[in-house]
Design a protein around this ligand. Sequence first.
Ligand code: NAP
Ligand code: HSE
Length: 424
Amino acid sequence: MPVTRPPLRVGVLGAGTVGRAVVDGLTNHPERLVATDGAPLRLAGIAVRDLDRARLAGLPAELLTDAPAHLVADPDVDVIVELMGGDEPARTLIAAALAAGKAVVTANKHVIAHHGPVLEAAARRTGAAFRFEAAVGGGIPVLSPLASDLAGNEIRRVRGIINGTTNYILTAMAQDGRSYEEVLADAQELGYAEADPSGDVEGDDAANKLVILARLAFGRWLDPATIGRRAPTARGMGRPGITGVTDLEMEGAAALGLTIKLLATATRRDDEVEAAVMPTAIPADSPFGWTDGVVNRVEVDADPLGTVRLAGPGAGGPATSSAVLGDLVAVARDRGSTWAGLLPATDPAGPAADPLDGPRHWYAFLPAVRADVPLPGALDHAAAVDFEDGTAIRSEVVSLAEAKAAFTAILPEGADVTLYPVDD
Ligand code: NAP
Ligand code: HSE
């Protein structure tokens, strides 16, 4: 006979895109959250900034407060679900809940990536569960599998398309020829983008998620500031994330069978972890190449497993609430923290190494250059397609220094182009 446990009282901080979907799950679908080996979950409070706006939006008035710190300190609240986003006051509220021994569930990858070692130490000190599945890949279960199901492996590399907003924008640019600004506005409307979308398009959000993936895959916290997020150019460095990607570059890539995606990669190399978030030219006919719209995909290379791929809805209220609610049920079942039985990682975050050393193909769109000019040896005539406005070229397999020299040699004086690494 199942043992009846007292309900776990849940305080939700923030009722925006994700918070509202979580409140909906707790109030309208409690039957989905029942585990025979766990406590029932009961919504006990919702902290919002604007009480009137929240009431008008249909949130249960009797549960509302505009004092999140009071909800965290309330002895009648057992679990805190932080969905406000941003750095402060989210960090302080999470830290206070953990210090008080309360379980915390959050989707806040910024706070985890920037304060991971301290928050992990706090959770381990009090034994409070700290769960953050929703912080990476939206609704895709990726962190728990890394920490639990793949625990018998040595992980060599984790990489993925892990920002839904940028993938949504790049897909619409590639397939519909729509402008960057117009598609970004759509992504905001759909609830995919961060409150400040520059974090999405400049690659910061993906870098934060990569820090979290690397923590679980390689047992250490990386400093997000050390993760490169700019592709090189012929003469220097490009703009961060996808902010420099142009319609012409997308069109030229397609003519070469490529598509540009924001790819985050972390690789273990001896004692270092190489990590970068890079706009990358990817064969269109490949799993990352056909990952379109808001879909995220994470690929894990592990020994003895080989490669495993996880894909699904990577942003938006419903998808993200799935991961938050799953974490709540895990708390109710006493499943501990997202890092499960992995060794502690509480040392200060270390630097990521730069991965762009090895030889590879490079793709660039060169305005005002024709493919019939004499091309240096590092550039492959067979992979050049002329357009009215310039030429799309994929280089031979060469080092970055060789690619820079070759592309600079055929560029008009003073002109520059982004060199996208090609992921073959
Ligand atoms: P959002 O729509 O901006 O919602 C955040 C809510 O928190 C807003 O309603 C905001 O109120 C409220 N809030 C902020 N500061 C507050 C404070 N001091 N006191 C009370 N309420 C406060 O953001 P979201 O998209 O739901 O994202 C929430 C978190 O989930 C973020 O960490 C985000 O990175 C993460 N996440 C989001 C997604 C997604 O697809 N949206 C997916 C995965 C993870 P105001 O409206 O008044 O500012
Ligand atoms: N802004 C994020 C994205 C939300 O677009 O991927 C999901 O983490």
